[in-house]
Design a protein. Structure first.
Length: 272
């Protein structure tokens, strides 16, 4: 797994899967994604070099913490917090979702474990700023709003938004969220020192990621997303890949897109 990067008991990167899709509002199935994404990063498929010829096998080491499951969202949040808190020593994290509500759990867990301040860069078709959705305040459609309202983050940048509501955009403006729509991605820039990056696979057009829990046509190509990743200039705290749904993934296209995102993020943020 993970492009031939060596395993280590003292890793630069920890990997944790969160098998939860109980907060999904449409297609269920993203809870099955962590194993499929791991398989898609196999060294049997890919070599260890990023596009910019960073050798990930030399730049990184990793430890796989396995997967977390739970009967309800409270269990997930508690388990993530305990797992991250027990191992956090300043290393980077890769979280494999799961629906987008897991970002609430992982961001909160890292914030509490580190006691440090960092921003959120949110690649998504949707702003996820509903006050409540289908009666659930912790729906995947409410993730950013909960993190802001509960004080875990105050600096948020969104990229690829194309399925918002007027009310969500008004909330974003009130909270100072910087939004780059899908038509503005070439103008994307970030002024953050440290950040957690969240990738909802539906930021990509369904042509490039058909296995999405909430597909939204008119999105980014994989190449446009990679260009945006390469423009990032900050200290990475952690990143996640969410909403990959193997139940609807034709020929593994979406899982391979997720693997590509992981490889280029690790290449971009390698400590050479």
């Amino acid at each position: 797994m993970l492009f031939g990067i060596p395993r280590s008991e003292d890793p630069k990167l920890c990997v944790l899967g969160i098998r939860w899709d109980g907060s999904s509002s449409y297609r269920r199935g993203s809870s099955k994604a962590p194993g499929f994404i791991r398989e898609a990063t196999s060294e049997e498929i890919y070599n260890s070099f990023s596009e910019d010829l960073v050798n990930l096998a030399e730049a990184w080491s990793y430890f796989d913490l396995g997967d977390i499951e739970g009967e309800n969202f409270e269990d997930i949040v508690r388990a993530v917090e305990e797992r991250v808190g027990s191992i956090y020593r300043g290393q980077k994290f890769l979280f494999l979702g799961g629906d987008h509500s897991i970002t609430y759990a992982t961001f909160r867990g890292l914030k509490r474990a580190s006691g440090e301040k960092f921003g959120l860069i949110y690649f998504d078709a949707h702003p996820d700023c509903y006050e409540i959705y289908d009666g659930n305040r912790y729906s995947h459609a409410c993730t950013v709003r909960r993190l802001l309202e509960e004080g875990y983050v105050d600096d948020v940048v969104m990229v690829g938004i194309r399925a918002a509501t007027k009310q969500q955009m008004e909330f974003a403006e009130e909270r100072g969220i910087r939004i780059f729509s899908v038509d503005e991605v070439d103008d994307f820039d970030v002024r953050m020192e440290r950040a957690y990056i969240s990738f909802d696979i539906d930021v990509l057009d369904p042509a490039f990621a058909p296995g999405s829990s909430n597909p939204e046509p008119g999105g980014l190509s994989t190449r446009e997303l990679i260009r945006a990743i390469k423009k990032l200039d900050l200290d990475l705290v952690a990143f996640d890949i969410v909403e990959v749904n193997p139940e609807f993934d034709h020929s593994g296209i979406t899982c391979f897109a997720a693997a590509k995102i992981i490889r280029e993020v690790l290449g971009k943020f390698a400590e050479l």
